[in-house]
Design a protein around this ligand. Structure first.
Ligand code: CAA
Length: 241
């Protein structure tokens, strides 16, 4: 029987590419999404991947949503915490709501999704958790104090939980994408993107969602069992750690 993979924010952007790549690699995939019903339905129709709507910032909604996925496909073996939002603004203009929304989704969402699947992974002595962090969690980014803090938090989460999972065959890793050609990045003011960001990328272009998806497929595989607690950068050379 094929392993089950659940991808949060899995019907658009990087998450959609991850869902598709995992399906192509033989996994039974479910994609979670939060809001965009039309995009999720189009994704389901095009890929045949089931979509499930809930908000990862809500712990009880995650427990219920994961329950629906597991009733449908079986226990989750591979969890990809990809769901993320931005509320970019300079810190002096940032409201408490903009701070909270990003922390609740991008950091607490990772707890809310991982906590319910963790006991099952421990019992089965196998699991893969892949957290999609960001270059901006590594280097910090002006206009993104909330996002940078959440994404840096995801790296601490990854390193700590990896140590707990290691003896049970569970790996926990993070990927830090740079600027990838998705709606999130295209929402940056065009002038800022073209004049300030792309010139900072040595390969001279935005990344492709599939370039992140291929890393996820590798980290999910049996062959990657010795890799845990790692942070894998994929940023076109923009930030070298
Ligand atoms: N890198 C370098 N310089 C930047 C910058 C960036 N990422 N973002 C803004 N600046 C510069 C602008 O070019 C501008 O410089 P000048 O005054 O010399 O022209 C200055 O900062 C102020 O910018 P704005 O005029 O746009 O000021 P604003 O108050 O209207 O908006 C902002 C500020 C919200 C930060 C807006 O500039 C913005 O959205 N910038 C992009 C921030 C960013 O990089 N977000 C990443 C989103 S993608 C993502 O999050 C995915 C991921 O993981 C990588």
């Amino acid at each position: 029987m094929s392993r089950v993979a659940l991808v949060t924010g899995g019907s658009r952007g990087i998450g959609a590419a991850i869902s598709v790549a995992l399906k192509a690699a033989g996994y039974s995939v479910a994609a979670n999404y939060a809001g965009n019903d039309a995009a999720a339905e189009a994704f389901r129709a095009e890929t045949g991947i089931p979509v499930h709507k809930w908000d990862v910032s809500d712990y009880e909604a995650c427990v219920a949503g994961i329950g629906r996925v597991e009733a449908d496909l079986g226990s989750v073996d591979v969890l990809v915490n990809n769901a993320g939002i931005t509320r970019d603004t300079m810190f002096h203009k940032m409201t408490p709501d903009q701070w909270r929304a990003v922390i609740d989704t991008n950091l607490s969402g990772v707890f809310n999704m991982t906590h319910p699947v963790w006991p099952g992974m421990r019992n089965r002595n196998f699991g893969r958790v892949v957290n999609i962090s960001s270059i901006n969690g590594q280097k910090g980014q002006m206009g993104q104090v909330n996002y940078s803090a959440a994404k840096a938090g995801d790296l601490g989460f990854t390193k700590a939980l990896a140590q707990e999972g290691a003896a049970r065959g569970i790996t926990v890793n993070a990927i830090c994408p740079g600027y990838i050609g998705t709606e999130m990045v295209r929402a940056i003011p065009e002038k800022v993107l073209n004049e300030r960001i792309i010139p900072q990328i040595p390969v001279g272009r935005l990344g492709e969602p599939e370039e992140i998806a291929r890393i996820v497929v590798f980290l999910a595989s049996d062959e990657a069992g010795f890799i845990t607690g790692s942070t894998i950068s994929a940023n076109g050379g923009q930030f070298v750690v």
